[in-house]
Design a protein around this ligand. Structure first.
Ligand SMILES: Nc1ncnc2c1ncn2[C@@H]1O[C@H](COP(=O)(O)OP(=O)(O)O)[C@@H](O)[C@H]1O
Ligand SMILES: [Mg+2]
Length: 243
């Protein structure tokens, strides 16, 4: 099997006359945490949406386990998407449902499953994010950090091979951000998932990254590790560190 789980090849995407991505290519290795670092509005979320074909680029390919998702028919695309967990920036839970119901809902919709197995999967995913005790709570009773955790539990319950995290720590205080970053690392170790983590939160990048790609003006500006970036004398790179 291919060493890369996902390969993004030369994707180009414009909205109207605005070019957002002008030829972005990278690969996601197996069991890797890859960070996409970029300023607000540079197309990070657009890349994630292209990867699961919520958006189609004008040019380029996205190979998932070696197959171009833009060539797939509906059934194959759906089957492929099941391997990919997407943690949206607003990890929106259904307000009128308990945590348990929110988690069950995502599984019942996609698979036929016995109640007993469903209960077990819900408990297991909540245990993984340290929130089994929140199982009967309503979303309104949860803090921002807890909602993010439940969002991750909802992704884990699908047993994905790849997780796409869109700004997982944005809007959280630094202590809670650190907890979420640690959870991302635990998730990788426990589930052997490969992840793409979109962020501009440097403490999160520092903790979670195996490798970092930096996006600028629709292109990959550089590819590096956190330690190398921190030492960089490039003005643009330094701006992420607040220098
Ligand atoms: N569906 C869309 N329609 C029109 N413009 C969009 C759409 N999605 C994103 N954009 C534009 O693309 C640019 C990049 O957006 P985005 O990927 O969300 O940035 P970020 O790096 O902050 O995640 C922005 O200028 C945004 O306004
Ligand atoms: Mg975004």
């Amino acid at each position: 099997m291919n060493q890369n789980t996902i390969i993004v090849k030369n994707i180009k995407k414009s909205f109207g006359s605005t070019t957002v991505l002008s030829g972005v290519s990278f690969g996601l290795k197996k069991s890797e945490n890859l960070i996409i670092l970029g300023k607000s509005g540079t197309g990070k979320s657009v890349i994630l949406q292209c990867i699961v074909r919520l958006i189609e680029p004008e040019e380029g390919k996205v190979l998932i386990f070696g197959k171009n998702i833009y060539d797939m028919e509906y059934d194959e695309l759906n089957a492929t998407r099941k391997h990919i967990g997407f943690l949206f920036q607003s990890a929106a839970l259904y307000d009128s449902m308990t945590v348990r119901e929110n988690l069950q809902f995502s599984l019942v919709r996609t698979t036929k499953i016995k109640q007993e197995e469903l209960d077990e999967k819900v408990s297991e995913s909540l245990r993984s994010v340290g929130l089994l005790n929140a199982i009967d709570k309503m979303p309104s009773e949860l803090s921002g950090g807890m909602k993010k955790r439940i969002g991750l539990a909802r992704t884990l319950i699908q047993n994905p091979d790849v997780i796409l995290y869109d700004e997982p720590t944005t809007g959280l205080d630094s202590g809670t951000s650190k907890e979420i970053s640690e959870l991302i690392i635990e998730t990788k170790d426990k589930y052997k998932v490969s992840s793409i983590i979109v962020t501009h939160d440097m403490p999160c990048a520092k903790l979670t990254s195996d490798r970092i790609i930096v996006l600028k003006d629709g292109l990959i500006y550089t590819e590096s590790t956190y330690d190398e970036l921190e030492k960089s004398d490039d003005k643009f790179i330094q701006s992420f560190f607040g220098y």
